[in-house]
Design a binder for this molecule. Structure first.
Ligand SMILES: [Zn+2]
Ligand SMILES: [Zn+2]
Length: 504
């Protein structure tokens, strides 16, 4: 059975001027992460209010044009943004709506709010740097803020102008209002939100949105990104029992992860075999994934399963995110706090060094073996990890360990798919190092984990929308929901689809 993605007569597209073309009284529109993983943004329109759930950036292929054309709506007329978590594919366009005049509140958990304070300025810096690079006037990699030198702030109309600037990121940060898990807050006339822990990264939330557009109330549940049950560091995603319209992620909706145990075996074997003669480069998102990798390495060290480790975390953003994680330790599992204490008292077993300046970063390039180098970005399409790949890819004694999702069109995906040669800094680089994909550490639930979360609903939602997955994956997961849970109305929306919140 093919997935239902047809539109009924009350549904329309919002490709242009979202919501300005006489929408139904109350509607939900899919502005991104529809048939793809990135660009999460959903618009809820009520007779007296309109707000976004997530405001994410597109990443990977053609993302520049997609981001420039994203969120075709009047930001000044938005009442609020509900933010599920800090990852850029959910938060990265907040500075853009701030630039366009958004004056509402951005509701986020306290940990997400703290993470945004390090992530949004960094995202703005990348925008400014890429814009400069597009003009060919500068070609260096972004360094830490202190070492970046003077910035050129330019007009939006100028060719290749940044999508937004540091000032826009700071304007967005001023709009953030902290909301603890489990507390219900009115966010606009006729709408409330309650966050539940999504177990995906620090601060991540499932957004339970209750709306009363007229006489009837409706519950919309947005899963955000969901962690799998039993993964390191974070609690399992909280169950939600009731929803009328459900929007659920499907990043790994068509597959099963390896068990954590075999994942640990794989990492221990890889480190033990590689480090005596080479380095292990780990492309990793600075936020969430880097802290999780440090946790797993500490766990392996404490169990005596790896040689003494020297871990270089080459990302100022990761350093800041690790500090935020330590501040919010209370929201992590007890085991995580115990392990952090063990690591602090056993530097001879695992030494972690954070680099700050580009000079620190470059010094690493002279070391031929014995290092675990963790650097952003996770998909190797930007950031300092590209320098480490340039130095280590041509060496057969080195290894690259991928631990997260690699989107189509990224360097990470090309390497995982077996490229023998890649282009880095305008140079052709031969790939002789070995490539390893470690699936079991995913921050996203696999098909079984997603279905387990869905089983927590007492009744099937009236409509379920499968988002945040490559199109074939979302369709495969929609099919799994129909087959295994016997839910009737399961759809994979196209970008631009607008559906009524109250049917009929
Ligand atoms: Zn995420
Ligand atoms: Zn995401």
């Amino acid at each position: 059975m093919s997935a239902k993605s047809g539109q009924t007569s009350e549904e329309c597209c919002v490709a242009e001027g979202a919501g300005d073309a006489r929408p139904p009284d109350a509607s939900l529109s899919f502005l991104g992460a529809a048939g793809e993983v990135t660009g999460s943004a959903f618009l809820v329109q009520l007779p007296k209010a309109r707000f976004l759930v997530d405001c994410g950036m597109f990443q990977g292929r053609a993302s520049g044009e997609k981001n420039a054309a994203a969120l075709d709506l009047d930001a000044r007329r938005l009442d609020a943004v509900v933010l599920t978590h800090a990852h850029i594919d959910h938060s990265g366009l907040l500075p853009l709506i701030a630039r366009r005049g958004f004056r509402g509140a951005i509701h986020a958990t306290p940990a997400t709010a703290d993470l945004l304070e390090v992530m949004l300025p960094d995202a703005a810096h990348i925008q400014e740097w890429s814009a400069t690079k597009r003009e060919g006037r500068e070609s260096r990699t972004p360094g830490p803020r202190a070492a970046r030198g003077p910035r050129r702030i330019r007009d939006e109309d100028e060719d290749g102008a940044p999508l937004y600037t540091l000032a826009d990121a700071q304007a967005a940060l001023k709009r953030v209002k902290r909301l603890d898990y489990g507390v219900t807050r009115e966010i606009a006339p006729g709408a409330t939100v309650t966050f539940r822990n999504a177990g995906h990264i620090l601060g991540s939330a499932i957004a339970v949105v209750d709306v009363t557009p007229g006489a009837q109330s409706r519950r919309l549940v947005f899963s955000g990104d969901l962690g799998g049950p039993g993964r390191p560091m974070l609690p399992d995603p909280e169950q939600v029992e009731r929803s009328d319209l459900l929007v659920v992620e499907s990043t790994y909706g068509n597959r099963l992860h390896r068990s954590l145990e075999s994942t640990y075996d794989e990492i221990a074997a890889l480190l033990s075999a590689t480090l005596p003669r080479g380095n292990v480069v780990v492309p990793a998102f600075a936020v969430g994934r880097t802290q999780e990798i440090l946790h797993v390495l500490a766990d392996l060290s404490r169990a005596g399963r790896v040689p003494p480790l020297t871990v270089i975390v080459d990302s100022p953003l990761a350093r800041a995110a690790t500090e935020v994680t330590a501040r919010h330790a209370a929201s992590l599992e007890r085991e995580t706090r115990e392990l952090a204490a063990w690591q602090a008292s056993h530097p001879e077993r695992m030494r972690v060094a954070f680099t700050e300046t580009p000079a620190d970063s470059m010094r690493i390039n002279g070391i031929a073996s014995g290092l675990v180098i963790v650097a952003a970005s996770g998909m190797a399409d930007a950031g300092r990890v590209r320098h480490h790949l340039r130095h280590n890819l041509p060496r057969a004694e080195c290894a690259v360990m991928f631990t997260g999702f690699q989107a189509q069109g990224t360097l990470g995906r090309a390497l995982v798919d077996g490229a023998k040669e890649v282009t880095l800094f305008h140079e052709r680089i031969a790939v002789r190092a070995s490539m390893h994909t470690i699936g079991g550490l995913s921050a996203h639930a696999d098909q079984a984990g997603l279905l387990e979360w869905l089983r927590g609903f007492r009744h099937p939602p009236s409509r379920t929308f499968v988002v945040h997955g490559e199109r074939e994956v979302s369709h495969a997961f929609a099919e799994a929901i129909r087959a295994q849970l016997a839910w009737g109305s399961v759809e994979v929306p196209e970008r631009g689809l607008q559906v009524p919140i109250i049917a009929g």
